[in-house]
Design a protein around this ligand. Structure first.
Ligand code: ZN
Length: 204
């Protein structure tokens, strides 16, 4: 099944062009606002079904899908629905990712961590550690799209040193979005005199 994920993001006005400061501190000409894609439940379903198909074709055994809140919540729920698995989430308390809300993890429970977008995998790894601290086994990672730092199943793109996901666990995603990111000191957009905007800081 082929799908033009980039076109879906563009159609939903979810791929913003400008000069952005990302949560990593780096700057970029583009920003992906997955919530704008997922505001349409039918689109969320189509994407999650396709992602579930990829995971099932790989034969990965999963008991539970866990999403790092907030970013992964909707993608995680949609994917769990498509896989017909339990859906839980991890959330930050005082900066640290925890499993709360009475969610229980059995010893050996197989958990797939689901994000909206995997960049270097930092939040996904924090959620994974929270699961493993409770005795669960993280069997893999999933996202609607991969920003090109990690290697997803079925892509020729190689893993970059900044990817924090484990090399021995699969990452499933529907597409690679490989636009450039710049350290603030080496940002050509800054050099042109514009100011980087943190998405969300101006009412969006
Ligand atoms: Zn910049």
């Amino acid at each position: 099944m082929t799908m033009d994920i980039k076109q879906i993001y563009l159609d939903a006005s979810a791929m913003l062009e400008g000069h952005f400061k990302l949560s990593s501190g780096n700057h970029s000409q583009y920003y992906l606002q997955s919530a704008k894609v997922l505001e349409n439940p039918q689109t969320a379903k189509v994407l999650a079904d396709a992602l579930a198909h990829t995971i099932q074709a790989h034969g990965l055994e999963i008991d539970t899908v866990c999403a790092p809140a907030l970013g992964g919540l909707i993608a995680g729920f949609a994917l769990a629905t498509a896989l017909d698995k339990r859906s839980i989430f991890a959330e930050r308390v005082n900066g640290e990712m925890h499993i709360r809300r009475g969610f229980e993890i059995s010893a050996g429970e197989k958990v797939l961590i689901c994000e909206d977008i995997i960049t270097t995998g930092g939040s996904a790894m924090e959620a994974a550690r929270a699961i493993e601290a409770l005795g669960g086994i993280v069997v893999g990672f999933a996202a609607l799209a991969n920003r090109g730092f990690c290697q997803r199943v079925g892509s020729e793109l190689t893993r970059k040193p900044s990817c924090s996901l484990p090399e021995d666990k699969p990452l499933f995603a529907l597409a690679d979005f490989t636009f450039e990111m710049y350290a603030p000191d080496h940002c050509p957009l800054c050099a042109d005199g514009s100011e980087a905007i943190k998405p969300g800081s101006r009412g969006n």
